[in-house]
Design a protein around this ligand. Sequence first.
Ligand code: ADP
Ligand code: MG
Length: 444
Amino acid sequence: MAFTKQTVRDIDLKGKRVLLRVDYNVPLENGQVASDYRITESIPTIEYLLEKGCSLVLMSHLGRPDGKSDPKYSLKPVAEELAKCLSKPVQFAGDCLGTNALMAAQSLAPGNILLLENLRYYPEEEKNDKEFAKKLSAYGEVFVQDAFGVVHRAHASTDAITEFLPSVAGLLLEKEVDTITEVIENPTRPLMAIIGGAKISDKIKVIEKFIEIADFIAIGGAMANTFLLAEGIEVGKSLAVKEDVPLAKEIIASAKAKAKKQPFVFYLPQDGVVATSLDAPRSTRIVDWDAQVIADIESYPKVPKESASKVAADESILDIGPFSGSFIAGGAQLAGTVVWNGTMGVTETDGLNNDPVGPFAHGTEVIIDGLTGQFGHRPFTVVGGGDTVAYIEERKLTKAFNHVSTGGGASLELMEGKELPGVAALPDKKKTLEKSDTIKHKKK
Ligand code: ADP
Ligand code: MG
């Protein structure tokens, strides 16, 4: 289903002062933007508006300053980074409210850009406060929503604001919703979902959705540990959620039921990379609890020790093993579409000499290879999840995928089929005459 809301292409924006909600909630390191993906993804809309002779007032949140001014969460470094990306000056207002910001906004000439300070310095933003939204609305003549990463929240800058200004979607919001909706509603099959990351409970609805619609589901990351517990496999000190074991059992049962009726694979890791600690110096080993191939080969002609297929009480599974990684990447060679959300292991741990591929990132790496054509086939790929995308950015691989979402929670909720309040608040496209109507008309 195509995007049904009005976009910047549907209204006359010539020479208008535009209030543009962007998602510049980017990671900062030492006061500088550590990853500019969300900024570069906002540029097509900004350039489109500049071409129309608009002046732009940009607003965003950054982090969780909990309704108080906190320099740690200032958007000032973002203004500098945006200026670099656009090769154009970007003014910065040190407060998103107040006469200074208003005067700066009102004196913008066509082509000028002003970024307001963090909206979440005010608790009213997350409370969807009308008075706050009304004050923000004074900055522009039109509101453009392009912050896909926050449209799953009803906040002043995503919901209430639309009551005070004519409102439309930006090009990034349209692209995100179109692409993600299309892979859920009308994917090129076979459809594969690779779900990893921290907790089952975060992604339960999406797993259920994919059991309904996918042909192949592979589970990795810490959430796999809870499924392994459900299968009676010992996971030592691994991050796992005991309370979610019944839920994991239900999911496994519904996956089995589907597999009886039609070709369908629900894959849990058969081996893992384990260690007693995340900290250096770390030594790692592979535990092969299911396939039991690697230890057989390595121990031959002796019988492998029991420990080869058992996670010890003081060990944690911190990545999927090479057998599982290859299996999943192999599955992707037959897929038409792959939706991937959640890392396969603890990708944040850097390797020796700051190598971005750390000791628990090999599983995620082989998935990346499988999805980006390193084994021959390149399925249509849609990737989401804050940590997953952060890793892909760190590896400078965002362009190797078809769609790398700027929204974590928003992309999950969209896949689940939930209504996104920040999208729902925008007006629908005006109905145009159906093609068939025009033809009928001509015949008369
Ligand atoms: P995303 O943000 O991509 O949706 P999540 O937030 O669900 O992903 O999960 C990512 C987090 O899960 C990362 O912090 C990663 O270190 C952690 N993680 C992945 N696998 C494991 C594991 N086996 N043990 C502990 N933590 C893990
Ligand atoms: Mg995360």
